[in-house]
Design a protein around this ligand. Structure first.
Ligand code: PMV
Length: 355
């Protein structure tokens, strides 16, 4: 009987600047267009995976065996999704069948805030499994740190597409694009160019507008792009925006950065509104917040921009040298539009950590 092994990783969530929306046909979770995100340093999942020897009678069965806990509570409803993730990584890591896996995860942000926890959760889980695999390699097969992160990113993608961008401390680029030579559909890669000081010190305040279950999930949303009348122009637009954004991030052109990021957010929701069937995830308070951000910026020229995920919450991205002004703006003008007066602040750009 060998000893159980335990691995723990903390992994941040992320917020996309150019949005992944739509999957390629064929393959598993390959993006129809490239995307780039910043990690949300202070909104993360911490996941511990314990590898337990299977009892001998079960060891030869090709069955995934796992138990899952979220915030200390057993969550059997999450197990099918994790089982599917393990089945997807099994061709590259056959040892997933050999053990029983106890997976304990917790998010440091409140549950039910409408913040996508899957990017942080699958990021952390993928890092744990890639770590087990690295540990079992013969010395001559050993991976470099770069290879390790690529494999973790590929595994994360198989759990939840956008999660693959969370494994780097640098902005994560995912999806083939002529904007970045190393880019791939299979895994994310880090944006290693120097970000201009104008854009290198930003943070995110997530204004919680709606904490309920979304009427249309991201999985359903991606699917609706298959027969979407504007899909191909959207994919082209995302590619053009990637090329432009990577230049902007290096040149530090603030007004172009703001327009591109806000336009991306609205395009994402425009695709939802023009799907068949159409749907709407933004709420009146989403629009009220956006308009106040626009007015405030017009008055004061503060370096800030909003973006949106597939939900009603508004991410207010801002230059941290304006923290005092932005916090005061949130507290005095935006909080009235937030559910239970809730907003969550995060720095940007932290890498995951092995604990
Ligand atoms: O990773 P998924 O399948 O939950 O897709 C999420 C996509 C967006 O969050 C809307 C955009 C993005 O690129 O993160």
């Amino acid at each position: 009987m060998t000893e159980n092994k335990i691995v723990t990783y903390k992994c941040p969530s992320n917020i996309a600047l150019v949005k992944y929306w739509g999957k390629k046909t064929g393959g598993v979770q390959l993006p129809a267009n490239p995307s780039i995100s910043w990690s949300l340093s202070d909104l993360h999942a911490t996941t511990t995976v314990t590898r337990i020897e299977k009892v001998e009678s079960k060891a030869l069965e090709n069955q995934i065996s796992l138990e899952f806990y979220l915030g200390g509570e057993s969550k059997t409803s999450f197990e099918p999704k994790i089982k599917q993730f393990l089945e997807r990584i099994a061709p590259m890591m056959p040892q997933v069948y050999l053990y029983h896996w106890k997976i304990e995860s917790q998010n440091n942000f409140p549950h039910g805030t409408g913040i996508a926890s899957s990017a942080a959760g699958f990021g952390a889980l993928a890092l744990c499994f890639a770590d087990f695999q690295r540990d079992s390699l013969e010395q001559e097969q050993n991976w470099s740190d770069e290879e390790f992160l690529k494999i973790a990113s590929k595994y994360a993608r198989l759990g939840s597409g956008s999660a693959c961008r969370s494994v780097y401390g640098k902005p994560g680029i995912w999806g083939e694009t002529k904007a970045w030579i190393e880019s791939s559909d299979e895994f994310a890669v880090p944006f290693t160019a120097n970000v201009h000081p104008t854009l290198a010190n930003w943070a995110d305040a997530v204004l919680i507008v709606d904490d309920g279950e979304k009427s249309v999930s991201s999985t359903q949303g991606h699917d609706l792009l298959k027969n979407h009348p504007y899909a191909s122009s959207r994919y082209q637009q995302a590619e053009n925006n990637m090329v432009r954004l990577l230049e902007i991030m290096q040149m530090g052109n603030l007004s172009e950065f703001i327009s591109l990021v806000e336009s991306e957010a609205l395009q994402l929701h425009a695709m939802m509104m023009s799907s068949e069937p159409y749907y709407l995830l933004i709420r009146p308070n989403t629009v009220a917040i956006i308009e106040k951000i626009w007015n405030k910026r017009k008055e004061n020229q503060w370096p800030m921009a909003f973006t949106l995920d597939a939900g009603a919450n508004v991410h207010l991205l801002y230059d941290k040298s304006y923290s005092l002004q932005v916090m005061n703006f949130i507290e005095t003008e935006l909080l009235v539009h937030c559910k239970n007066n809730l907003y969550l602040c995060s720095d940007l750009g932290a890498a995951p950590q092995k604990l």
